[in-house]
Design a protein around this ligand. Structure first.
Ligand code: ATP
Ligand code: MG
Length: 421
């Protein structure tokens, strides 16, 4: 117990943390290009927020939340996703009073009691974007293009963008009734989950991954055929804009949400080489959510990308950058008397922004050289008894093997010159 992390969690060790930094920096760069600013919210919130903001008939709220009572008898939940928290912060800090739309992004750990397997963990990381305050289809197109560009920038090309419209509270009830009518006879042969979805959230039946259920819902009426004029126009504008941006998409009528505050655009990006867990990005419009959370009616749209799945995809395609740990200089003190001058030199050079390290284990010269080579270090500065007395160092170029005795005081200039040359 003491030496294993909890099931479904993962340590990110030094050999892979560079990959995470690479993905995170790519996300920062893309968001800056699109005018999205970072927001960081707490990793836990009042449970009520997620009950409202995600909806009680979803898998997340039904069976995946990490909920506990804290010492003050409050019900607290580790965030399973971040849209609700962003909306809470948007309202709490009156971000609606600033420039509109409010364009935000976030990155960080999420927590779900999922069944751990490749691409599915209990603590995982999402990069997400939310644009609050615009109801036009252009902002939908913008964030979809942003997600696609982020994934392409990392080198992922075999992307499949699925889009659908889930309508709005005007047109959806009509569809819901038509769908229930169609499923009425078939639902008894479906899985237990689908049976309980029939009354509570029949659209989710279309989303069931079980083969039997998928087969039975074949030929079901489609939401896109029941859209009201406004939703219809919005959806066709979105398709025009994606086409104008050269982003390919497929219409997927099974992409549903089914909660009242999810409206119009729903989309998902799949990376099929990942197999069962191929969804890397899920997103959509939530024009009713802000009101549901206690604000004025305000439209919004966002997506979340699962970074573990992105990392798996990059690994599969050999697209991850090589780890770089090399340093400019390794300082090798020999003997007690060399410690202080070596350490002073180390501190001075680091202040100058020169990446360097020194021996902290009193190793022999041979062992230190071996260690420096492993790093690898471009140069080694050897400081022995004699060097201490003369206030000099023996600078060795590890590439050419050349050695040069130089003044301790001038090593900074010397070293910088060597580095440039
Ligand atoms: P799935 O159908 O795979 O469970 P989801 O519908 O629960 O996905 P969303 O809530 O839309 O997923 O979250 C957006 C993205 O976050 C997903 O596309 C996926 O990449 C990632 N994700 C979701 N749950 C997990 C998890 N348990 N472990 C790792 N990544 C996850
Ligand atoms: Mg899930």
């Amino acid at each position: 117990m003491l030496t294993t992390a909890p099931r479904g969690t993962k340590d990110i060790l030094p050999d892979t943390s560079g990959h995470w930094q690479y993905i995170e920096e790519t996300a920062y760069t893309v968001c800056r290009t699109y005018g999205y600013s970072e927001i960081r919210t707490p990793v836990f919130e009042h449970t009520e927020l997620f009950l409202r903001g995600i909806g009680e008939t979803t898998d997340i709220v039904d069976k995946e939340m990490y909920t506990f009572t804290d010492r003050g008898e409050r019900s607290i939940t580790l965030r399973p996703e971040n849209t609700a928290a962003v909306v809470r912060a948007f309202l709490e800090h009156k971000l609606y009073a600033g420039p509109q739309p409010t364009k935000l992004f976030y990155m960080g750990p999420m927590f779900r009691y999922d069944r751990p397997q490749a691409g599915r963990y209990r603590q995982f990381h999402q990069f997400g974007v939310e644009a609050i305050g615009s109801k036009g289809a252009a902002i939908d197109a913008e964030i979809i293009v942003l997600a696609v560009q982020f994934l392409r920038k990392l080198g992922l090309n075999e992307l499949k963008l699925n889009i659908n419209s889930v309508g709005c509270p005007q047109c959806r009830p009509v569809y819901r009734t038509r769908l229930q009518e169609f499923l009425k006879e078939k639902v008894t042969a479906m899985c237990g989950d689908c049976q309980s979805r029939f009354d509570r959230n029949p659209m989710r039946i279309l989303d069931c991954k079980k083969e039997a259920c998928t087969a039975l819902s074949q030929g079901a009426p489609q939401m896109v055929d029941c859209l009201c004029d406004e939703c219809q126009a919005h959806f066709s504008q979105l398709k025009d804009l994606l086409t104008a941006a050269d982003v390919e998409f497929v219409l997927n009528p099974r992409l549903v949400r089914g909660l009242d505050y999810y409206t119009k655009t729903a989309f998902e990006i799949q990376y099929s080489p990942l197999g069962a867990q191929s969804a890397v990005c899920g997103g959509g419009r939530y024009d009713g959510l802000i009101e549901e959370c206690g604000g004025q009616p305000t439209p919004g749209i966002g997506f979340a990308i699962g970074l573990e799945r992105v990392l798996l995809a990059l690994e599969k395609q050999n697209l991850l950058p090589q780890a770089k740990n090399d340093i400019d200089l390794y300082i090798a003190p020999l003997g007690e008397n060399a410690q202080a001058p070596a350490f002073r030199l180390l501190c001075q050079l680091r202040q100058e922004g020169i990446a360097c390290d020194m021996d902290f284990l009193n190793r022999s010269l041979k062992a230190q050289m071996k260690y420096a080579n492993k790093y690898p270090a471009k140069f080694v500065a050897i400081i022995g008894e004699e060097e201490v007395q003369q206030n000099k160092v023996m600078l060795k170029n590890m590439e050419t093997g050349e050695q040069q005795l130089i003044d301790m005081d001038t090593i900074q200039q010397q070293f910088k010159a060597e580095r440039k040359g």
